[in-house]
Ligand binder design. Sequence first.
Ligand code: SF4
Length: 414
Amino acid sequence: MKIAVCNLGCKVNKYECDCIVNALLEQGYEVTTALEYADAYIVNTCAVTSEAERKSRQFVARCLHHNPDASVAIIGCASQNDASEFRAKKGVTYIGGNADKLAAAVKFAQTTTDVKPLPAKYDGPSDPAEDRARAYIKVQDGCDNYCSYCLIPYIRGRSRSRELDECVSECRRVAERSGEIVLTGIDLSSYGKDTGSSLAKLIRALSDVDARIRLGSLEVGVVDEELLSALAGLRHFCPQFHLSLQSGSDAVLKRMNRRYTTAQYAAKVEAIRRAFPNAAMTTDLICGFPTESDGDFADSLAFVERMRFAQVHVFGYSPRSGTIAARLPQLPHGETERRVALASQVADRCKREFLTSLLGKRLDVLCERYSRGYTIGHSAEFVKTYIVGKHDGEIAVTATALYKDGVIAAKEEI
Ligand code: SF4
């Protein structure tokens, strides 16, 4: 029996899917992660925006396009948020949520709806399928932050951390086969708050792991001297900091319940750049938050420019029913899209400036795949790099020109 395990959404979902793939392979199933013909499909859904939720619902039809007789299991955030949206869908024979995903995958032949309450302690799956280049290791789940626009705390539950020893041993195992480990969590910055540990302690415990280590998305509050010095002690730290911003306007940040000001954010960026002068700063930005005035939006864009981000993921705000922000006065129709377009221009400009600043510099690139004469990989700063010819492993290159969505580079002669 061939099962397609399809992932939508964030790196945590990706990690969970990799674990499900591994568990199913061990049970003897033929497994694919491509959306192609299969006897059955497991769809790990996303609900971070209403658009993501819509895509999750539509994904069922995309599976049935490949095999109209297949059964489809729905798990993840969209079904945790609203299982009823999937109940009437043709082909859907199992609906689960975020709890017990591994077990759900294994007993997926069942046809009952089975969304369980979320656990109080960390109980995520482990042992993702092999990935030679980059492996995501989930160390935390849930979130206690209750940003006013976000549904995640309601559908992923309270923050809970995986035991430090367990994280370390999985990282060691994965380092034997993958060149890079990305530590990930729904709110990675909260790691250890419920277990008497901390992200800095976890990083220190990983200091001798023989793989590049990259961090998932961080919140401003976690950046301090202790964390930065722990990161500096890693053998191969990837100096990319995805520091979640969401708005560059203090008024909007307050209404978002984000618990920091732009001045505090800028101070953390400065501290990061002092410790890691070539760090790539990346972030997320929401445009069109309810009550965001023209002035707020202008402040937001000006702040983004000032931070010299290497990459900005621009999102249009979409109301999530049940959140505080959904009850605030919304912007007029079309305004969010207009702001997204303007912010995307600023984001493109920032990225171009960052990439230009790398020309002539050395990049350490982990080779991922070969296509049409180029080896394609990502540098430690997470810059997509195209290198002429076939290469393997991690190699040192010099960036020579901007190319497509990254840079073209030549291998350094030793
Ligand atoms: S930190 Fe805020 S945006 Fe991120 S998952 Fe938690 S509540 Fe949602």
